[in-house]
Design a protein around this ligand. Structure first.
Ligand SMILES: *Cc1c(COP(=O)(O)O)cnc(C)c1O
Length: 493
């Protein structure tokens, strides 16, 4: 008799293989047929809830095969398919299949990438991934960083490093209240809501944010920014960080990074770039000029789970000098003895961010970067941008559509009824809002919305390696067809 414990949680080898193979077969079919399905279920939340059933937590176990089959069916039939070629809502990408395999492997090895001692190879892979990501967007490979759950966390991680670097040390020992000056944050009015969360949660308060208006190219207005900084200094406040958009969520606009970098230096402020969505576009040589100045950044946020196609979750904070992360996040309790004697190379990621135990997010990014390489990503991202431009052109040329903006892979446009009437923005906003909801519910195409210069727009963000030119022209037809129906319905009322 062998000495195995045979715990109920164990799955016997042959059964594991059988169930695993079946699951892989189903996933392969699901991916292969993803465009045959509606993008999202038209069932209500209540229907979904009742499909799941109100079963109680079982006292004793069920067969693994049944559990896996049921979960597969529930999820495949009742999820929003962001891998569908006509999904272009929000900024959620199609997941790279190699990332799915990576996740399985990660679960098998289960390294805890909080400390190198307990994740020797995984830590090295994360270090290499960080280096590659820095090089990918044109920075020196000496940048440090850490992988986190997403853009919000990547920005938070940098925000706190900025505060440590630019604030007085009394904050670390006695807290913000011990510092009499209000520490001020500057960003354009288009900046993602993470700034709000950060200011509130980290004790600065929402009023510490100066939301600077944008100029007519939708970039942060540099004169107004400088005025705001000076006004705050005169009022006795302490400015500490400028946050630039490296592709804002509504329109994809990239701020003037070079000028912001300069201004940060002039006033001794931390310069952070939120490139969660847009910064991977810096891999494309022709787009380099848009990102001119990224090398000025003290920190950047980038989301591999957006334009690098990692399955959720994967965000990344990059910093020019890793010391700013360890200054902020490292503390050495007695019971942590994670440094191998004499091993200077040890890197313990718990000292670089908020988490202690950490999952192995790097693998899926590292694998995809190797699968397609820099050139592959250049093409993937470039094709998304070309499709977005095509959508803009087709909207521009269509009499029932108005093209509003196009940057990176985000296009904003709206439906306009053509019946000889001149419609006010109020009505156009109503019709487009109704249209968006109809389109989302219909499941043929999935867009989101943006308010651009007061206009309610249909917003498409293509971070989708399955979308084709044919999809774009079909999307145009669907939108015009549905828009006309809604306009008719609204007109007879
Ligand atoms: C998506 C996004 C975020 C938030 O990222 P999550 O991954 O959703 O947490 C922040 N900033 C920008 C510019 C984004 O595009």
């Amino acid at each position: 008799m062998d000495n195995k414990r045979r715990a109920t949680l164990e799955i016997e080898k042959e059964e594991f293989k059988k169930i695993g193979h079946q699951l892989i077969d189903k996933i392969a079919d699901y991916i292969d047929h993803i465009d045959n399905h509606l993008i999202t279920t038209n069932k209500s939340n209540l229907e979904i809830k009742s499909l799941l059933g109100q079963g109680r937590l079982p006292d004793t176990g069920l067969p693994v095969i049944d559990i896996v089959e049921k979960a597969t069916e529930l999820l495949f039939d009742n999820s929003l398919l962001n891998g569908h070629p006509k999904f272009m809502g929000y900024i959620t990408s199609s997941a790279a299949p190699i990332g799915m395999l990576a996740e399985l492997l990660v679960g098998a090895v289960n390294p805890n990438v909080g400390a190198q001692l307990i994740s020797p190879m995984a830590t090295e892979i994360e270090k290499q991934t960080i280096q590659w990501l820095a090089e990918f967007i044109g920075l020196s490979k000496d940048y440090g960083g850490i992988l986190v759950s997403g853009g919000n966390m990547a920005n938070f991680t940098a925000f706190l490093a900025a505060r440590t670097a630019k604030g007085p040390s009394i904050i670390k020992s006695d807290g913000l209240l011990a510092f009499p000056k209000q520490m001020m944050i500057y960003c354009s009015k288009n900046t993602h809501t993470w700034v709000d969360k950060a200011a509130i949660l980290f004790g600065h308060g929402a009023n510490s944010i100066r939301w600077i208006p944008t100029d007519n190219s939708n970039k942060i207005d540099l004169d107004l920014l400088e005025q705001a900084i000076n006004t705050d200094i005169r009022a006795g406040h302490q400015p500490f960080i400028i946050v630039a958009s490296g592709g804002d969520v509504s329109t994809g606009t990239v701020d003037d990074l070079k000028a912001l970098g300069k201004m940060s230096k002039k006033y001794d402020l931390w310069f952070h770039i939120d490139g969660a969505y847009g910064i991977p576009a810096a891999v494309i040589p022709e787009l380099k000029p848009i990102f001119d100045g990224i090398e000025e950044a003290d920190s950047l946020a980038l989301d591999p789970h957006k334009w690098l196609y990692s399955p959720l979750e994967a965000g990344c904070t990059l910093v020019k000098n890793s010391k700013h992360l360890t200054d902020t996040y490292s503390s050495h309790p007695e019971y942590y003895n994670f440094k191998k004697e004499g091993d200077e190379l040890t890197q313990n990621y718990y000292e670089y961010g908020l988490q202690n135990s950490r999952g192995f997010r790097a693998l899926k990014i590292w694998m995809a970067l190797q699968q397609v390489g820099r050139k592959g990503y250049e093409k993937l991202i470039g094709d998304d941008i070309a499709l977005s431009k095509l959508l803009y052109q087709m909207a521009d040329q269509h009499s029932s559509l108005e093209a509003i903006s196009q940057n990176l892979s985000i296009t904003n446009f709206r439906f306009i009824p053509v019946d000889g009437h001149q419609y006010e923005d109020d009505y156009l906003n109503t019709i487009n809002e109704t249209l968006l909801n109809e389109l989302q519910a219909g499941g043929e195409v999935f867009l989101s919305h943006a308010l651009v210069f007061g206009k309610y727009c249909l917003r498409s963000c293509i971070v989708n390696f399955r979308t084709t030119e044919k999809d774009i022209s079909e999307i145009i037809d669907i939108i015009v067809r549905e828009g006309s129906k809604i306009h008719e319905a609204l007109s007879v009322k």
